[in-house]
Design a protein around this ligand. Structure first.
Ligand code: ISE
Length: 346
């Protein structure tokens, strides 16, 4: 046996761009729970934040710019968790450098920019972009997908989605409701139904008294696919309660609901109440999905395929951007707005 054959496999060295809330969460995940990977290089526009996060990731170092992360010799793969307006440039730079990249959503801020990424990846001649629609790795999502693929539910007729947040940051508008929140259900349409939405209509109930100034909350989007499935997406982002994502598929042979995980149920003697806890935000709610997503990405980087089989791709990111554009227009339109989609490169 040669020394090379007996050497243990090297960890994939991950460079991370942006270590705010989501990025720091990924650093913790990769440093503590992901097999076969470690964080090697970190950048953030706040140097002190990068230094503080680096101190929690043994063996990592801090650089000043995203470009340095992407170019670093000790970076095999790049994770992008910077603000969305920088994603297009950073993903394009990863493609140019030939490095696999996992980019948090959105792929870009509009569909034309997202299509630039699809085109660049196509011209590079190989798939290397994974998009962080982590729900695709949620156990409930997986079960529903498997049931649909097995034909257990028959033809999908309706997909009913509910998406609730305890609160949103100041300045959150109806447009953020589309690009930040509904974008997850927009990807779920492609994931479950294997066809994108072709039209979308907004329905506005009266707002809750807790709705932040200027935000219509709750909001309802009605999507339709080419084969005739209707999707309802009810968003309510200032419930003050917690984070809930529920999905019901109504098929010609039966209905299935996911997202009703209860966790531990307690009976309280004081107040005679029975119940469980609602997670406060998406990180605890989807921790297992994020873990599985990142682990699958690392496995794909290690085996040279670069994009895990269940992962959202650059094309999925483009489709989501195009559907979001139509949904944004539908906020002020009278009726349904059609989605404009380019042809997928062969
Ligand atoms: C946030 O950006 C997310 O990605 C969460 O999953 C979503 O629930 C939330 O509404 C967004 O603001």
């Amino acid at each position: 046996m040669t020394a090379e054959q007996s050497a243990p496999p090297q960890d994939i060295r991950v460079g991370i761009i942006g270590v705010g809330r989501m990025g720091a969460d990924h650093v913790e995940r990769i440093s503590r729970r992901t097999k076969g990977a470690r964080i090697s290089v970190i950048s953030d526009y706040l140097r002190e934040t990068a230094e503080a996060v680096s101190a929690t990731a043994p063996g990592s170092r801090v650089v000043d710019t995203p470009e340095e992360v992407i170019a670093a010799d000790d970076v095999d793969a790049v994770l992008i968790a910077s603000p969305g307006q920088f994603h297009r440039e950073q993903v394009l730079a990863c493609i140019a450098a030939g490095k696999p990249v996992l980019c948090e959503k959105p792929l870009a801020m509009n569909s034309a920019d997202a299509f630039d990424v699809v085109r660049a990846e196509h011209e590079a001649g190989r798939a290397s972009v994974s998009l962080g629609f982590m729900r695709r790795f949620d156990a409930g999502y997986g079960e529903l997908k498997d049931a649909l693929e097995a034909g257990d539910l028959g033809a999908p007729l309706l997909l009913n989605c509910k998406h609730r947040n305890a609160s949103v940051l100041p300045g959150f508008t109806d447009t953020h409701m589309v690009y930040d929140s509904a974008v997850h259900e927009i990807d779920a349409i492609s994931f479950f139904l294997e066809e994108p939405a072709v039209s979308v209509q907004t329905v506005m109930p009266r707002s809750s008294e807790k709705a932040p100034e200027g935000l219509h909350d709750p909001l309802l989007f009605l999507f339709r696919t080419a084969s005739g499935t209707v999707i309802t997406d009810e968003l309510w982002v200032s419930t003050d309660a917690g984070y809930e994502v529920r999905t019901e598929l109504v098929g010609s042979l039966g209905a299935a609901t996911i997202g009703q995980e209860t966790g531990m149920v307690t009976t309280q003697q004081t107040g005679s109440r029975w119940g469980g806890e609602v997670p406060l935000d998406f990180r605890p709610r989807f921790v297992a999905a994020y873990d599985a997503e990142v682990q699958a990405w690392i496995a794909a980087v290690a085996d040279g395929s670069f994009v895990a089989p269940r992962s959202a791709t650059a094309w999925d990111g483009y489709v989501a951007a195009a559907v979001c554009e139509a949904a944004e227009q539908s906020l002020t339109a009278d009726g349904p707005v059609e989605v404009a989609l380019q042809n997928r490169p062969a």
